[in-house]
Design a protein around this ligand. Sequence first.
Ligand SMILES: Cc1ncc(C[n+]2csc(CCOP(=O)(O)OP(=O)(O)O)c2C)c(N)n1
Ligand SMILES: [Mg+2]
Length: 555
Amino acid sequence: MSAPSPVRNGGQILVEALRRNGVDKVFCVPGESYLPVLDALHATPDIRTIVTRHEGAAANMAAANMADAYGKLTGRPGICFVTRGPGATHAANGVHTASEDSTPMILFIGQVDSRFLGRGAFQEVDYQQMFGGMAKWVAQAVRLERLPEIVARAFAVAVAGRPGPVVVALPEDVLFGAGEAVDLPPPRPARAAPPAAAMVQLRTLLAAAQRPLLIAGGSGWDAAAVAALKRFVHANGLPVAASFRRQDLFDNRDEHYVGQLGLGVSPRLAERVRQADLLLVVGSRLAEATSSGYSLFGGQPLIHIHADPDELGRAYPATLPINASPACAAEALAALPPVADPAWRAWTAEARTDYLDHSTPPASHPALSGVDFARVMGHLDTVLPDDAIIANGAGNYTVWVHRFYRYRQPATELAPTNGAMGYGLPAAICAKLEHPERTVVCFAGDGCFMMYPQELATAMQFGAPVVVIVVNNGMLGTIRMHQEREFPGRVAATPLLNPDFVALAQAFGAHAERVERSEDFPAAFARATAAGVPALIELRVDPRQITPQARLTEA
Ligand SMILES: Cc1ncc(C[n+]2csc(CCOP(=O)(O)OP(=O)(O)O)c2C)c(N)n1
Ligand SMILES: [Mg+2]
């Protein structure tokens, strides 16, 4: 018999459940719908409550994005609390990011009193309907004594198979109500291991290949899995590509790394994927961005290893589908006897040379005016420590980041695979809170930054001295690029009249500088990292330089 449970309110039961699941931070925008949770957090110093800004529009998205980045950095679900209705609708952005990124997160939403459900109560939303297509599970905790069980299941579902977001609605009367509930231990995640027979087949297919290519991607990797993958790759001399925005899964300086498949893929790497006679995909989903719009795969024999059996065969039928978590798969791969004298040594070396060519900033292509962003990236690639964390959102500026920065360690790339503008700053703040000793750099376009600029206040308030690099081309460059292709010369809704970014950042108390010439960047960056407070560097770039290699004829 366990000891009788004390009488507690719903908020206390819930926060104790979070504590028992190892939660040390929650990200929130408060609402009166979940006051007992805020009060229980007040009494729980083990959990840090990070309050973000702008409840009306972006801050709840930011809170969810932060929780999402947290999940990416630690492999544990990020926890986000928002209020009902307007709070929940704003948080949907982060749920979507976590869904496409396969990142574990739990969004808790204060819900109307359960006795009012269905009556069109103030800020009432049916979260099952709203999040049903995005979240792995949507629950409504209508009984106080079931809170520990629902929280345990939320943690289990968020990390199971293909990780992702879970949404839990918390009716106000359940949080305010008092009663007994039995606390539960944290659930133990189960990991699918590859069948031994499948690994034998994999080894046979590999030994027969002439031009194999390994593609690493997806979530659920830990440092041990990344290390095991590296052993396998080294033992067999395989070329390794990363799927879209998973470049940190394999040290980009390693002789076996050959580049990323995603937006801005190198044409030579894309061609190599088509020429490969065996694709070994580990952990990745082969979604639209990684497959260049479902054009890269299909003809080649495919070994597809994924933690979720539903992902196997979803986009492409696999020659050999294997249901296994990245951790178990990498271990099993590392344990295989290496292929002796593989036929693909030259193929790997050529792919590596292609990658080095593509990722080295061109010397003979100076900026038309303003800062040469390629040179800036080249500098950062040289000076940033191996464990620096790079965050970004969406926009053409990310093509330079992903192309010219060589990621070296797992969990150093925070980049939304759903292309969510604005993700970079919240993700960077989250990273800095998690790793205060590490350098955290956020890249944002002028459009992207303006999604959540108010989060500089969060960075100030909670002591997160990130460096934000705003790449200012005065427009929504990505959309302009597509306009020039589809409707040439008809510039619609893409020019931006921007604020003074330096003055804006200074108003928050941040260190801020504007850089207009490439040669001024190194000193400005050194000052920004030494500032001890959040810092912003605005780069003035030529709007005609729409990608690293393409130029518009007029701005
Ligand atoms: C939240 C959100 N809204 C809109 C879009 C569509 N979109 C993708 S990139 C982009 C422009 C980004 O502009 P900017 O940040 O200035 O970067 P640039 O392309 O100019 O380098 C837009 C509007 C998006 N991906 N996400
Ligand atoms: Mg722009």
